[in-house]
Design a protein around this ligand. Structure first.
Ligand code: SF4
Length: 311
């Protein structure tokens, strides 16, 4: 069921996401059909779909498209030298992504973030915490240098039984001040992205790869992400979402354990344990590169097919 909003607000939010006026009404989204979307998808969909020249393609990127995507200026957050991306689970080109149901209890992730920074005993203990103990531990955490410059730690926000979980990079200035992830301009755009999916913050869970603000909003280091990762992993285990959406490279690093470039990883379905992971651009990047909003919308439609495809 869609979030009830009046038409004026709906139009304003969709325009913010870049979905009007270029995007026009359709009864069903192409990617959902291609990805084996099950019943009821259109019921939660906003009354928008891809423009005729942007029919969504859920197959892995074709070489030409990938080359074009990789030519996007590397101003995206945390863009660094390319490394071998994680192996997609969607198989060779032309095959549909694996949309098998996600088990109620996800398997432990096989992450490869810097092992030297991970304290196994600490990670094992965090893996047993309930929500209240987890958030208390995050707020009191001094495990990495980021605690020295934070105003407060920002654990996460949203529905603890959500089917969708969004993972960002880390708190910015406003998030650090207010104690909530994704507030300010990037948060407003994320809200528009959620709205375009027929969602709002009461229906998703939102967390960051690191819970404390890096000084001057710099990108968190791989070691900081590794030290903070047990908190994120426990949040995922407690939420048990049907899909994880990694917003930007640091989030993808936290979830996948490997450095990837978003432009090259888009269109693939990765896995965190048994949970599918869709990678896309961070809203802050999209604010600087609004032309890529259409790509983010493609990624979100792919994630929606994963959520709803299991039925
Ligand atoms: S960023 Fe994470 S690991 Fe570092 S101090 Fe904050 S909560 Fe602890």
């Amino acid at each position: 069921m869609s979030v009830p909003v009046d038409e004026k607000e709906r139009f304003a939010r969709l325009e913010e996401m870049g979905l009007t006026p270029l995007w026009r009404l359709r009864t069903r989204l192409q990617p959902a059909t291609e990805a084996g979307e099950a019943k009821g998808a259109h019921q939660e969909s906003p009354a928008v779909a891809a423009p005729t020249d942007q029919i969504l393609d859920t197959s892995p990127q074709k070489p030409a498209a990938a080359a074009a995507a990789s030519s996007v200026p590397a101003r995206e957050r945390g863009e660094r030298a390319p490394r071998q991306p994680p192996r997609p689970s969607s198989g060779p080109a032309g095959k549909r992504p694996d949309l098998r149901p996600v088990p109620a209890t996800p398997a432990a992730p096989a992450v490869g973030i810097p092992a030297r920074t991970v304290d196994p005993e600490r990670a094992a203990r965090i893996a047993t915490l309930d929500w209240e103990a987890l958030e208390a531990e995050i707020r009191a955490c001094t495990a990495c240098p980021l605690h020295r410059t934070r105003a407060q730690a920002v654990p996460g926000v949203g529905n603890r039984q959500a089917r969708w979980m969004f993972v960002g990079e880390g708190p910015g200035r406003e998030e650090d001040r207010r104690g909530e992830p994704f507030v300010g301009p990037a948060g407003k755009l994320l809200d528009a992205m959620l709205f375009a999916l027929g969602l709002d913050r009461t229906r998703v869970y939102i967390a960051n790869a690191v819970k404390c603000r890096p000084p001057d909003n710099r990108t968190p280091t791989a070691e900081e992400i590794a030290v903070c990762a047990p908190f994120l992993f426990r949040q995922i285990a407690l939420v048990r979402p049907r899909v994880l959406v990694a917003l930007g490279r640091p989030a993808a690093l936290a979830l996948l354990g490997e450095e990837i470039k978003i432009a090259q990883a888009r269109g693939r379905i990765f896995r965190y344990g048994d949970i599918p992971v869709v990678v896309t651009y961070h809203p802050a990047y999209l604010l600087r590169n609004p032309a890529d909003k259409a790509k983010a919308w493609e990624d979100l439609c792919r994630a929606r097919a994963l959520v709803e495809g299991e039925g």
